[in-house]
Design a protein around this ligand. Structure first.
Ligand code: EPZ
Length: 418
C-alpha cells in the first residue's frame, strides 16, 4: 500500500490548475446508457472512481477508450443488466446505473451500495421515486432487483431530503418516461446542473436543474453528444485550504469560483484575502485570524466534502474554540482522532466538533480512513512541524488526481512511497 510523507512548515505559493469534477463525471458516465452510440467527454480526471465506473460500463457492454483527459464511450446492445457487488462496493456511485438501465431497458439488478466509512449511504429515496414511476423493486440477497412493466411513467416526486444521487438517478430515468416528471425538494449541486446540461444536449427537456424544482418533459429517444466536465469544486477548495493552512498565497485556476462561494465567504470571515477573476481564485493570508464556525448543508451551503479539510485549518486559525457541525453524514468525523494524534485539541459531541485554534501540530504517522479524511491529514501535515506519514492513501486516489504533485508544484515538501 502506498503512503505519503510530508515535512511541514512551508508557506505554499504559486498557481495550480483544477481537474475535472469527480462528482460530475460519475453520473455523466452512467447517462451514456440512455443513448446508443459514441459519447465523448473532455476534462475527465484520472481517478480510481472513474476507472471503476468504466469497468461497470464495460460490464454492461459499452466500449470505453481513454485518450488523456478525453473519454470515448460507445454505448450499444446491453450485455448485462446486473451491476455486481464487487464493483458497487468499491464505489457507491454505481447505484447511478439504476435509473438509466430502467429508462432504456426496463430492467436492472444493482447491488445495494452498502455502508461506507462515512455513513449508511441509504438509497431508499431513489427506490421510492422509481416505484412512483411504475418500477417494481425487490431486494434479493442485497441486490436491488428492479423491473418496469413497459415504459417508466412520469410522476410528481417530492423528496424527503435533497439527495444528490437520488436527484440524478430520477432525472436520468425520467428522460425516457411516458409523461412529465417533477422532482420537488431536488438537490441543487452544480454537478446536477452539469448532468442536466448534457442530458439536454442529448435531446432531453429538463428545466429547473440547480433549483429545488426540476421538470423533465420526456422524449422518445436521446442521441449521444460531446461534453466538457465542469471543474472539481471540492479539489479546488482543498487546494485553497492548502494555501490557507500554510499561511501562503496561492491561485487556483480553471475552476468555477461561484461554486465555492460558501467556502470563500468562510475564508474571508476567518481573515483571508480572496480575489476572484474569471476562472481563478487567489488566496492570500493575513497576519491575524478571526474564529469561524461551520455547519455543513446541501448546496449552496457549506459542502460536507470540505468539512474535514476545513477542520484541519481550524486547528490553526480558530480564535479560542470554533465549532464544526456535520449534518449530512452520520459518521464523518473519523479524521478527528487522527488530527488529535498530530496534537490537535478537538472535543466531539455527537455531530459537532469543538476545535481549539492556535495549535502547533507535530508530525506523526497517521492513517487515512476515507477520501476526504485523507485530504484533511495531508493539509494538517503541511502545517505540522516535522514529518507526517499518511498510510492507506488509496482512499485519496479515489477522488484526487495527483494531489501530491499539485501541492509540490506550490512548494510543499511531499513525497509518495510505493
Ligand atoms: C453525493 O453523494 C456525493 N457523491 C458525495 O461526495 C457528497 O458528500 C454527497 O453527495 C452530499 O453532497 C457523488 O456525487 C458521487 P446524498 P450521495 O444522496 O449522492 C442520505 C465525496 O467525498 N440519503 O445527497 O450519496 C444519505 O444517507 C462523496 O466526493 C438517504 O437517507 O449523497 C446521506 O446521509 C462523499 N436516502 C445524505 O442523505 C437516500 O435515498 C446525503 O446523501 C439518499 C440519501
Amino acid at each position: 500500500m502506498d503512503k505519503i510523507s510530508i515535512t511541514g512548515g512551508r508557506k505554499l505559493r504559486g498557481t495550480v490548475q483544477t481537474s475535472g469534477s469527480k462528482n460530475a463525471v460519475l453520473p455523466l458516465l452512467f447517462s451514456t446508457l440512455l443513448a446508443e452510440g459514441e459519447h465523448v467527454f473532455h476534462n475527465v480526471p484520472a481517478l480510481k472512481d472513474v476507472e471503476t465506473s468504466c469497468l461497470l460500463l464495460k460490464h454492461f457492454g459499452c466500449d470505453v477508450q481513454r485518450d488523456g483527459t478525453v473519454l470515448r464511450i460507445k454505448s450499444g446492445k446491453l450485455k448485462s443488466s446486473k451491476a455486481p457487488y464487487g464493483l458497487v462496493r468499491q464505489m457507491r456511485a454505481g447505484i447511478l446505473s439504476l435509473g438509466p438501465l430502467l429508462a432504456s431497458h426496463g430492467i436492472a439488478e444493482v447491488s445495494l451500495p452498502g455502508g461506507c466509512a462515512i455513513g449508511t449511504r441509504a438509497v431508499d429515496l431513489h427506490l421510492r421515486g422509481f416505484k412512483q414511476m411504475g418500477v417494481h423493486i425487490n431486494l434479493v440477497k442485497g441486490i436491488i432487483v428492479a423491473r418496469a412493466q413497459g415504459n417508466l411513467k412520469g410522476a410528481r416526486i417530492l423528496l424527503d431530503y435533497p439527495t444528490v444521487g437520488g436527484t440524478e438517478n430520477l432525472m436520468m430515468a425520467a428522460c425516457l418516461a411516458e409523461g412529465s416528471t417533477f422532482i420537488e425538494n431536488a438537490a441543487r449541486e452544480p454537478e446536477i446542473v452539469d448532468l442536466a446540461e448534457y442530458l439536454n444536449k442529448m435531446g432531453a427537456c429538463i428545466q429547473g436543474a440547480g433549483t429545488d424544482l426540476i421538470r423533465i418533459t420526456p422524449k422518445k429517444s436521446l442521441l449521444p453528444q460531446e461534453h466538457k466536465v465542469i471543474p472539481d469544486r471540492i479539489e479546488a477548495g482543498t487546494l485553497l485550504l492548502a494555501g490557507a493552512i500554510t499561511k501562503g498565497n496561492v491561485c487556483i485556476s480553471s475552476c468555477v469560483p461561484h461554486h465555492l462561494d460558501s467556502l470563500l465567504f468562510k475564508l474571508e470571515e476567518a481573515g483571508f484575502f480572496i480575489k476572484v477573476s474569471g476562472s481563478s481564485v487567489e488566496l492570500s493570508s493575513p497576519e491575524r485570524f478571526s474564529g469561524v464556525n461551520i455547519i455543513t448543508a446541501p448546496y449552496p451551503g457549506f459542502p460536507t466534502d470540505l468539512q474535514a479539510q476545513f477542520m484541519a485549518l481550524m486547528t490553526q486559525v480558530a480564535q479560542g474554540v470554533g465549532s464544526v457541525k456535520e449534518t449530512i453524514f452520520e459518521n464523518r468525523f473519523m479524521h478527528v482522532q487522527e488530527l488529535v494524534r498530530l496534537g490537535a485539541d478537538i472535543q466531539l459531541d455527537a455531530h459537532t466538533a469543538l476545535v481549539r485554534g492556535g495549535r502547533v501540530l507535530q508530525g506523526a504517522p497517521v492513517t487515512a480512513t476515507d477520501l476526504r479524511a485523507s485530504a484533511c491529514l495531508i493539509l494538517a501535515g503541511l502545517a505540522a512541524r516535522g514529518e507526517t506519514v499518511i498510510h492507506r492513501v488509496y482512499h485519496l486516489d479515489r477522488g484526487y488526481e495527483c494531489l501530491e504533485n499539485k501541492l509540490s508544484s506550490l512548494g510543499a515538501n511531499i513525497k509518495r512511497f510505493k
